[in-house]
Design a protein around this ligand. Structure first.
Ligand code: SF4
Length: 360
């Protein structure tokens, strides 16, 4: 697993500080420039101060964007310049309580949007950044400000915003239209066609109806939507009906991602009652996929190890598990599919997972 924190010698700061590590020269006031390298640390010069980063000489940190917190001996690697998997955790607050949530909500919120704006402004050209939570739209005005700022300061960037879709309002249509469908993709979960089941899964009465209102607002604004459905024991038999629902009721959705469960957070707590072993029980998912494909819906399978899928559906499963939390099993040794397979989450427990895994 790649550690998203990196040890540093604390600086005498009173506010979070965002800076970018550079090997040769500064291109921005936020750049720290390398002045010395040893086996287990590097010394950077930042605005007249010295910053010590504790990392082996082999670690590639060029262009990485760090956030240092007052008094803390480690920094958050907000952006790893050589990775396509960079996500800002905007808030840990949420107004849903999803059965399988990988990032269980917390009450407290620290507003770091200004720091995230600096970080994004230092991202590599044409980067695609994830924005997630918690529920980012609980801080909608700050989020919209951030995205508007980025649209003018860094028009080359694109964003994927993961939201529960509970907070779009009629008055947002104009802003949503202006920000554009090419810059922001809204990732929104829908777990079942029936209100009661979706509400049960997300732990909030009325969530499904509220989602319908948001879909209508987003559709009118021409916003790009990626529908996300975690496949679970709870909604397994409903998947073909959900496929019909997507086709008939949500024709404006750009992409539908059907996802495997992540064994962390509430997902770990509820694993035994939620995990669906799709390596042995694929029939409802297969029916849902066939209906979607035959109707021209762009559909994908996220977080599915390739060998757990019937061969004819493997082309739908890109490698989606972020590099820093991806692993492979001993069974993967010698597998011919490894270069395109996304493997498993770092916290996947084989004894409680797929019955059929192994190099084809
Ligand atoms: S054996 Fe491992 S690498 Fe091969 S398809 Fe299965 S999970 Fe992927």
């Amino acid at each position: 697993m790649i550690d998203l924190r990196i040890p540093v010698d604390p600086l005498p700061i009173s506010e979070p500080l965002v800076l970018r590590l550079r090997g040769n020269r500064a291109e921005s006031e936020h750049d720290a420039v390398l002045i010395e390298t040893a086996d287990d640390y590097r010394e950077y010069e930042y605005q007249g101060f010295s910053l010590t980063v504790r990392a082996p000489a082999s670690a590639d940190l060029e262009g990485d964007v760090l956030m240092l917190l007052p008094g803390k001996p480690s920094a958050h690697r907000l952006i790893r310049a050589n990775s396509a998997h960079n996500t800002f955790l905007l808030t840990e607050q949420c107004d849903q309580l999803c059965l399988m949530c990988s990032q269980p909500p917390k009450k407290h919120h620290t507003d770091l949007f200004d720091q995230f704006a600096i970080a994004a402004s230092l991202a590599p050209a044409r980067a695609y950044l994830g924005l997630s939570g918690g529920e980012p739209l609980l801080h909608k005005s700050r989020l919209f400000q951030f995205l508007s700022l980025m649209a003018s300061a860094r028009p080359d960037l694109r964003f994927h915003v993961l939201t529960n879709g509970q907070h779009f309002e009629e008055e947002d249509v104009e802003w949503l239209s202006e920000i554009g469908h090419d810059r922001v993709l809204w990732g929104i979960p829908l777990y079942a066609p029936e209100h009661y089941l979706h509400d049960q899964i997300v732990g909030k009465q009325g969530a499904s109806e509220r989602l319908e209102k948001s879909f209508s607002i987003l559709a009118r604004a021409g916003a790009a939507i990626e529908l996300r459905t975690v496949v679970m024991a709870q909604n397994n038999t409903m998947l073909p009906a959900l496929s019909d629902h997507v086709y008939f009721k949500l024709p404006f959705v750009r992409h539908w991602a059907l996802m495997q469960l992540e064994n962390i957070g509430y997902g770990r707590m509820n694993w035994d009652k939620c995990f669906l072993d799709t390596s042995t029980d694929f029939q409802p998912l297969s029916a849902a996929l066939n209906r979607a494909i035959s109707r021209g819906i762009e559909v994908s399978l996220f977080n599915f190890p390739l060998c757990t899928l019937p061969e004819r559906f493997r082309y739908l499963a890109p490698s989606t598990i972020s590099d820093w939390k991806r692993k492979y099993l001993p069974e993967c040794d010698g597998c011919s599919l490894m270069s395109t397979c996304g493997g498993f989450f770092e916290w996947y427990i084989p004894d409680k997972g797929f019955a059929r895994v192994g190099a084809p």
